[in-house]
Design a protein. Sequence first.
Length: 384
Amino acid sequence: MSLLANDAHYVDDLTAIKQNGRYRQRVFTQIHDKFIHICQHALINFSGNDYLGLSQHVEVKKKAQQAIDRYGVGSTSSAIVSGSHYLIESLEHDMAAFVDYPRALLFNSGYHANLAVMSLIGKNAQTVVADKLVHASILDGIALSGAKLKRYPHQNIDSLYATLQKHPEAKYVISEGIFSMDGDISPLARLGNMGLAKLIVDDAHGFGVLGQSGRGAVNHAGLTFEGVPIMIVPCGKALGAMGALVCASEEFIELLIQTARSYIYSTALAIPVVAALNASLKLVMKGDCLRDKLFENIAFFNQYAQKLGLHVVSHDLTPIRSIIIGDNKRTQNIQSMLKDKGFYVSCIRPPTVPQDSARLRISLTALHDTDDIKALLDQLVYVL
């Protein structure tokens, strides 16, 4: 079949992506416990963000199955038409109470939530300031709002202060709780106490991991709703499912319900997923045994990697480990060698990370044991 004449540039674009080592292939998988099945091969999964293993927890799966039997699969409409449900209300209420915010609102994904929040705050701010490495959905939401975006070098507080002094009209500073590629914790206490702008935190990788009983990076920093008036908690990481909860004031949440296009014009999240999220949140609130196991794995990884002399970019308290390779194709080759040995590790390349910083990104979870981690690190020494 011949290409349409005006599609020729798409071929050129694809060719350039492949030549630069940036071509991404979808991986069709089946996940069970700590394993990911790819092409009928079971690999130990070090690529996902299921930090507490809740996507595989028997109670979480049971609640989703019960919800299918009782309510069916889809919600069938937008939340403001007829797609909302008492399980959604229960999740929102419990989350708000757990993190001590006035109210929470459930979105279909972190992307939906960030588009909504950034579009709304951008309309009322001439300038929005954000860390250089915030998530793409935050940048897209700001762009949609029409606000001016000023980005400060990653974690550079002095540069942020200078930017805010230069742009006194800026009302908001945006950061993440834990940054997803290097696993570094944002200095939220310093950001929240700066007093020159309101702080918004996307805590995708912090909630369930940091803070008292897993309340997240905001709690870990000793901050509250007064210091961080808007917190976004995506549910596809430690909560093991999908969706996102925006935690904020009564008025801000109500305005999102009335105006946020990604909320109004999306079919509400499937009720079995919401049932699973309710179960996951209750398990997080219930105790720290899963977090204890996660931190045990993090500590072992750090100690053994140091013993082997591996240079790993990480933070002692977070489950994200990165090994910077630099060259795109070499990073892909190393990932392939690890797959051949039974390990699946993420291969992260630009534009997700800066040019010449392609990396192996390793995610630790409560599902792993020390033997898994030791075997992976021994193999990394061999392939590097």
